[in-house]
Design a protein around this ligand. Structure first.
Ligand SMILES: Cc1cc2nc3c(=O)[nH]c(=O)nc-3n(C[C@H](O)[C@H](O)[C@H](O)COP(=O)(O)O)c2cc1C
Length: 336
């Protein structure tokens, strides 16, 4: 595949552009176009892909770390896990057998995984196909969700996405959980925005233009809600995105090494893709994990049996279209 065969807007990629009759490495380059559509903290896209004849090395781009919001690069690795999940989902769809070796060199944190591919994979299941089609439709949805409980069937479909050892998903519609998480969000927002280094870093990423101005508008709206709540002022009920969310979810893990972080990212992305197929919006509320002192309370609120919080997010039905965020051109993230 040449550099020009990918669409100008990578969100417009379609399965019909797949180089079905090309050599394996051309197919692998095409898969990278799906990997980069993954969510990432602040849309930082902290990944690189070294495409070889029959393998892709998935690399962490540590130059794109958020040194203040993500001091220990935990969310950077969660983000790389999301991209890896998209890569595997697309490979399955196109009939490629993929074998993942995580952290092939234990001394090299940058080399997250080697994925080896072969022709002749099994036919994708219906769920695999649905998740593949969701890759180009998934967007973080920061709108208020419909005030309607999720059906038991849909909750089960979301829960079925979790199959990584050592990673757990907790989903709750309990008012006490919502009240508890809401208090943590308020506290985390206040702590973070009081820190000039945090504001400076956020500003730098906003200036890069990766979020788009609409992100800023929705974030400002949410901060206004936080401000009012922290001053015990009345808030319009629908403006309160946490209390108003039909469901809150927590992904946690038994260990907090790089492997668990990557796997937590894979689980999160699988849920996000599954949610997209069910018209369910997803928005992470990462501030409560970014402020270290709040983590134990978060785990307690969810009654989590595993020890490390990796992703907390809200979920709910939505028919409100949301927007595409920009991506680095695929050629710039493919390395030799
Ligand atoms: C590890 C991680 C943490 C994130 N934290 C937040 C968050 O706290 N609030 C939020 O609104 N979005 C959060 N996001 C979503 C990103 O901002 C979003 O993925 C990115 O801007 C790209 O947009 P898209 O998901 O619509 O493609 C997070 C995503 C990841 C992977």
């Amino acid at each position: 595949m040449t550099a020009t065969s990918q669409p100008n807007n990578i969100w417009d990629t379609t399965e019909y552009q797949f180089p079905r009759h090309g050599i394996l490495s051309e197919k692998l380059k095409f898969l990278v176009g799906y990997a980069v559509l993954a969510p990432s903290i602040h849309n930082s896209q902290p990944w690189k892909f070294a495409v070889r004849e029959s393998e892709i090395r998935v690399l962490a781009d540590r130059t794109r770390q958020l040194n203040v919001a993500d001091t220990d690069a935990r969310e950077l690795y969660v983000s790389v896990g999301c991209a890896l999940e998209n890569l595997l989902t697309a490979a399955t769809y196109f009939g490629l057998r993929a074998t993942v070796t995580y952290f092939p060199d234990p001394k090299d944190e940058v080399w997250v995984a080697t994925v080896t591919f072969a022709e002749g994979g099994v036919s994708p299941s219906l769920a695999d196909q649905e998740r593949f089609h969701a890759i180009t439709l998934r967007h973080t949805n920061r709108q208020t969700y419909a005030n309607k409980p999720l059906t038991e069937h849909d909750i089960q479909r979301l829960g079925a996405s979790v199959r990584e050892e050592g990673v757990a998903l907790q989903i709750s519609d309990d008012t006490h959980v919502k009240l508890g998480v809401n208090a943590l969000v308020v506290s985390a927002d206040i702590t973070q925005f009081a820190d000039p280094h945090y504001r400076e870093e956020l500003n730098q990423w906003i200036e890069r233009g990766t979020f788009g101005h609409r992100w800023l508008i929705s974030r400002m709206g949410q901060l206004a809600t936080t401000y009012l709540a922290s001053h015990h002022k009345p808030v319009k009920p629908e403006a309160d995105i946490v209390l108003n969310a039909p469901l809150l979810a927590l992904i946690s893990s038994t260990t907090d090494d790089r492997l668990s972080q990557v796997k937590a990212g894979q689980v999160f992305e699988r849920i996000a893709l599954q949610a997209t197929t069910l018209n369910i919006g997803v928005q992470p509320l990462s501030q409560v994990i970014q402020v270290n002192s709040l983590k134990p309370e978060l785990l307690r609120i969810f009654g989590a049996s595993t020890t490390y919080a990796q992703m907390v997010f809200r979920l709910g039905y939505t028919d409100i279209a949301t927007w595409e965020t920009s991506r680095q051109p695929v050629d710039t993230v493919v390395t030799s």
